[in-house]
Design a protein around this ligand. Structure first.
Ligand SMILES: [Zn+2]
Length: 116
């Protein structure tokens, strides 16, 4: 269990997590890809490492292929409609499995492989 700091509307919050997104990434990679996908560093966004703010992009996480870095919104666990924290990590891992596909057919197939 660990805590990250996020500032919302000028107020600083401590967001406590019961799972580590890096562990979830490594487990999904092992379970569904025989560990063959490259290991990206997966961390929560915090005040020192904010999510890149790109208009029109998915706001819950981002995947930087050049840096092999995935950043997850600190409050991802609250987004049940996309499967919570595990769902957000799976989404970003699908980008690793299907680079240069945006949210196309190969991406969708990679995501289904982990979430069915
Ligand atoms: Zn995406």
């Amino acid at each position: 269990m660990f805590t990250v700091e996020e500032t919302w509307g000028g107020v600083r919050y401590l967001v406590t997590h019961h799972a580590d997104p890096q562990t979830i990434y490594d487990e999904l990679n092992r379970e569904f890809w025989d560990g063959k996908l490259p290991r990206y560093v997966v961390r929560f966004a915090d005040d020192d490492h904010p999510l890149p703010n790109v208009p029109g992009e998915w706001p819950l996480g981002s995947c930087d292929h050049k840096k092999r870095l995935i950043t997850i919104l600190a409050t991802a666990q609250m987004h049940e409609s996309v499967g919570g924290l595990r769902g957000v990590v799976a989404h970003e891992l699908a980008h690793v499995a299907a680079p240069d596909d945006e949210h196309g057919a190969r991406f969708q197939a990679a995501l289904r492989r982990m979430t069915r």
